[in-house]
Design a protein around this ligand. Structure first.
Ligand SMILES: Cc1cc2nc3c(=O)[nH]c(=O)nc-3n(C[C@H](O)[C@H](O)[C@H](O)COP(=O)(O)OP(=O)(O)OC[C@H]3O[C@@H](n4cnc5c(N)ncnc54)[C@H](O)[C@@H]3O)c2cc1C
Ligand code: SF4
Length: 453
């Protein structure tokens, strides 16, 4: 796909369609943090259930009634420790977890009060202060002399790195991008998790010590899995989903066609979000969370956003769908597939899409200046094809109930391994479990490999 910025010559594709301050305000943060008084009141709505269905519903098993009791009794530090002990990404998870289908869905207050305790907001309230403070709440064990390579600095990789550092192992984290944090830094909606917060959380996690972050270093480009395995006592792979599912059309070198996640990353990283040149009329192809998020993002810039979906219902979470259908700038075309992307001019830029109705077969054209593809992502594991066991889609296979891969001493977790629950909290939880699995494995290895770097 050509550089989407090339389309700036088209008068229908322009930056600053809306004022810079206006757009910046849209992305400034959807959920203001709870005030101390509001947090007290909300914490006192908790019934502190003995069997805690909320804890059972949390993928990281946070002691929810325990931390809420801490807030209710004024012990904010204790509350934060209870959260971080189970999930070192407790701050961002408090903001980005789909709580309505996790802990809050299980809350018994649905039945008597019609709404759950605001667990996510309370969790963020408890941890927020700790991120800002100097020092780290946990201490690392005495150095073990072991070194572990962690590939990928997303929630899975950094949770694993933190867990290993707590156990006294030296960790080198290799991250392909210049900014650590994974999709927390460049994927998740900025109004849920502002960039500064994502960065503050990474700094906090690294604050335990014993972790060296090496950015701009990619597996498959700068080193191989075999090299890491030779130089380190163990290796963890948490590289997420780097591949993009293609439309299967011959798009050619058309400007104005872009993969959804790279657009979201560009938008998140842009200092001035209003300065991105974006078409007046754009389409998003897809029906999952990323497609809906993308359509919502685009309404901050474009006049008209059309979501094209090949089925008659969306796969996205209910709360995202509600926001989508409430937005007058977005319309949805159901049961349609894009069979061609139409271009004009030299160099060729997008002028429309040709659609086919999946039920009647009828063809129709839609004039647009931008096409965003959000039909799914795939693991980018071709880079170690044949070196460890993967499924037919490239997800790394691990032993049941474990993060151990087919190669002894190599562990994997997060999106690259979990094809069902792709959420920050599940990635953080499985990264934490990988640290435990690696610890057990290291204990069985008498020899220590010394890292040459
Ligand atoms: C647009 C979007 C919005 C989302 N919103 C939410 C949300 O609101 N709530 C939620 O819970 N989840 C959300 N998710 C899902 C969530 O972000 C992921 O499930 C989670 O980040 C997965 O963590 P991970 O560590 O496995 O992978 P990632 O976060 O993808 O991190 C992987 C890291 O590995 C690096 N990497 C990749 N290849 C290499 C290589 N070869 N060498 C070195 N480093 C490499 C990447 O640069 C990246 O930093 C969203 C996802 C997307 C795409
Ligand atoms: S980590 Fe997420 S799912 Fe678990 S208790 Fe916190 S907000 Fe709920």
């Amino acid at each position: 796909m050509a550089n989407p910025l090339d389309i700036a010559d088209n008068p229908d594709v322009k930056p600053y369609r809306r004022g810079g301050e206006e757009v910046a305000a849209d992305f400034a943060g959807l959920h203001p943090p709870l005030s101390p008084a509001a947090a007290q009141i909300e914490a006192n709505r908790c019934l502190f259930c003995f069997d805690a269905p909320c804890t059972a519903a949390c993928p990281t098993g946070i002691d929810v009634p325990g931390f809420i009791r801490g807030i209710a009794t004024g012990n904010l530090e204790g509350a934060a420790l209870a959260i971080l002990e189970a999930n070192i990404f407790g701050a961002s998870c408090g903001r980005v977890c789909p709580t309505e289908s996790l802990c809050e869905q299980a809350c018994v207050r649905h039945a008597d009060a019609g709404r759950p305790v605001a667990i996510g907001a309370l969790q963020y309230h408890a941890v927020e202060g700790m991120l800002a403070r100097a020092g780290h709440p946990f201490t690392a064990a005495a150095p073990s002399g072991r070194r572990v390579a962690v590939v990928g600095a997303g929630p899975a990789g950094l949770s694993c790195a933190h867990g290993l550092a707590r156990r006294g192992h030296g960790v080198d984290v290799f991250e392909a991008r210049e900014t650590p944090g994974g999709l927390n830094a460049y994927g998740v909606a900025a109004y849920n998790l502002p960039g500064a917060l994502a960065q503050r959380e990474v700094d906090f996690i690294l604050g335990i010590g014993g972790i060296t972050l090496l950015t701009g270093r990619a597996l498959g480009v700068d080193f191989t899995l075999a090299e890491l395995r030779r130089r380190y006592d163990a290796v963890f792979l948490g590289i997420g989903l780097g591949g993009v599912r293609a439309l299967g059309l011959d798009e050619g070198p058309l400007s104005g066609v872009e993969d959804a996640v790279s657009f979201i990353a560009r938008l998140r990283m842009a200092q001035d979000k209003a300065a991105l040149p974006i078409g007046r009329r754009v389409v998003v192809i897809g029906g999952g969370n990323t497609a809906v998020e993308e359509a919502l993002f685009l309404t901050h810039h474009a006049d008209q956003v059309t979501l094209i979906h090949r089925r008659d219902r969306l796969r996205a979470e209910r709360i995202l769908q509600e926001r989508l259908f409430a937005n007058p700038k977005i319309s949805v075309l159901w049961n349609k597939v894009v069979v061609d992307i139409l271009g004009s001019g030299q160099p060729e830029t997008v002028r429309g899409v040709l659609l086919r109705d999946t039920q009647t077969g009828a063809l129709s054209e839609l004039d647009v200046e931008g096409v965003f593809i959000a039909i799914g992502h795939t693991p980018n594991t071709a880079l170690f094809q044949g070196q460890l066991d993967m499924d037919e889609e490239g997800y790394i296979r691990t032993e049941p109930g474990s993060t151990r891969t087919s190669v002894p001493g190599v562990f994997a977790a997060g999106d690259v391994q979990d094809k069902i629950y792709r959420q920050a909290v599940t990635a953080a939880g499985s990264g934490c479990m990988a640290a435990l699995d690696a610890e057990k494995w290291l204990a069985t290895q008498p020899e220590t490999v010394s890292a040459a770097e």
